[in-house]
Design a protein around this ligand. Sequence first.
Ligand code: F6R
Length: 365
Amino acid sequence: DKGNHRHFMAKEIYEQPETIGHTLSHYVDMGTEQVSVREQMPFDFADLSRLTISACGTAFLAGAVAKYWFERYARLPVDIDVASEFRYREPPLEKNGLSLFISQSGETADTLAALRYCASQGQHVASLVNTVESTIARESHVVFPILCGPEIGVASTKALTAQLTALASLAIAAGRARGVLSAEQETELVRALISLPTAVSEALGTEDQIMDIAKRLSKAKDVLYLGRGPMFPIAMEGALKLKEISYIHAEGYAAGELKHGPIALVDEAMPVIVVAPSDELVDKTLSNMQEVAARGGKIILITDPEGAQTVGQGVADVILIPHVSSFVAPILATIPVQLLAYHTAVFMGTDVDQPRNLAKSVTVE
Ligand code: F6R
């Protein structure tokens, strides 16, 4: 049932304040403002040598954001690769490492093969899934649920924000166990997580403006998405979503890599979407953005009021999302990139919920 929405994808985008809240109520104790991991873990975060993450598509991008969190807030070294590469690379794995597999369906063939490899190498095996009765869940030593309810649209939306919410919580738990975060810091980070459902509702309010931008985006042949730090995977997610449902060619790039090649593409016909809410690195990203503006690129900036204040001229469109802690900002920034892809596809008249050539669950390699 799509409710009042035209597509399941729209319904699932709009469900996110609720689904994020649901994920949080599993991982966070709202009373004590602390993370509570209910799952029985056959390892201690304090003793882990390394975290190895493997997944496909959007689930991989959730892991790519989590890498920044586990490194920064838990000082845990993280390796991440797409499962289709990881499984055949057969990398050497350190003793007492944790391997984490992220999969909405729990049935993705490459992710499952990566899991079996890690299990055969004596790693601790954890999975983060939506479907807890799945093969990936069954073969894991510990299963972390994301609890976002069934996702029908082929393009993943609410599963991503649920994955991110769970991963952020686990990064805090790891940071506490490893003595990196104090109790006060934990409370501060947990409060940031708790602020998300309201901030996501507000961010959904950008829809009218985004429809207007999407109308223009639907005329583009190529679109570039830029982000730095944890916004880099969100830029890649924006590009992935646009490609898969609107069939417009798009690339997500690390903002600092722009001058190493892709800036050659920039001209007046090229929309460049810059994902840059204010954080310690925003000035750097905004200066990359000015380099694009100087070459006539049409900039669409996703930022918060503070980020908008530091921008000079040359920005055609600024999509304002509420200011939140830089910890949870990647989760919030997901909302406008989802809406941009969705409305662009609607303008183009594509089959949003069932894009051509794609399957919801990829059970063959
Ligand atoms: C993109 C998308 C896919 C999936 C990928 C992994 O919108 O939906 O990229 O994220 O196929 O699927 P799961 O998470 O089921 O392993």
